[in-house]
Design a protein around this ligand. Sequence first.
Ligand code: PEP
Ligand code: MN
Length: 338
Amino acid sequence: MIIVMKRYATQDDIQNVIDKIREMGYDYQISYGGENTLIFVIGSEKELGKEKFIFLKNVDNVIQVAKPYKLASREFKSDNTIIDVNGIKIGGEEVLIIAGPCSIESEEQLMLSAEIVKNSGIKFLRGGAFKPRTSPYSFQGLGESGLRLLAKAREKTGLNIVTEVMDTSEVNLVAEYADILQVGARNMQNTKLLQMLGKINKPVLLKRSFSATLNEFLLSAEYILSSGNENVILCERGIRTFVEYTRNTLDLNIVPAIKQISHLPIIVDPSHGTGKSDYVIPMSRAAIAAGADGLLVEIHPNPANASSDGEQSLTPESLIRLMSEVKGIASSVGRKIL
Ligand code: PEP
Ligand code: MN
């Protein structure tokens, strides 16, 4: 912790801070070099507490140096976390592709989507049964009957299932059907939901909220990790900026940033990140090139008729093109497509 004194702080003010540090049993170092005197306190920031110093006379600022998350950090675990889903390894050399419709609309639409996904060589099918829609008047999903359709699709194709859980009351139900449970952007800080997902033995795909900083994103992951579930996959899905020509701004900077400071896998959702199907393939290439561990993409047998997110959904043909283009990028960065 660094205590920054105001420029006009007197020797008595500085001594007052030092006395407080000593009284608490900590050591310190002092720098009179620049315009402001800096006092470096050596000890656990959690125990020291910023508020114990910020109110002392002529203290300008108290800077906490330690990261607020622990279990999610590389200091805690230096090796990458590799998550095993039915024998498939996520977060290692291979790049995970998850594809499927935004919402499950009908048996026919889901089975067709599952065939398209499987025929493209993909092993994970996504599809929302519980849909977190911005408007209460938009299609809210088929609920439990949508989950049953996912089970049917798995039975027919052998695909692994990724689907969203929105509420604590639905965690156990969704966990019965899903191989990976998705937490949507709107629920990234639903701490009760995160804690409950920490108690199940299935991996969680945690999407970044529109407005979350990197620290907030990792602290949400920390809720799941600290509740007992080590299998968290992060997902960048675009953030809200002043940019209006795309639905969101896909923050690919966060991929190398997360890789540096966390051991958790991170995948990218270029569908919600751009909101436009034409931009999905270029941004998928960019995501893999930036070091992402996978992609989450929306597809639809007939995007023009989709109940949600048709504008950003790939057609069956464009999914095949995406796969062939990202294969080349993956091999150029020493990875393979799962
Ligand atoms: C989704 O994946 O369909 C979805 C609702 O995404 P997000 O939570 O990122 O908006
Ligand atoms: Mn969607």
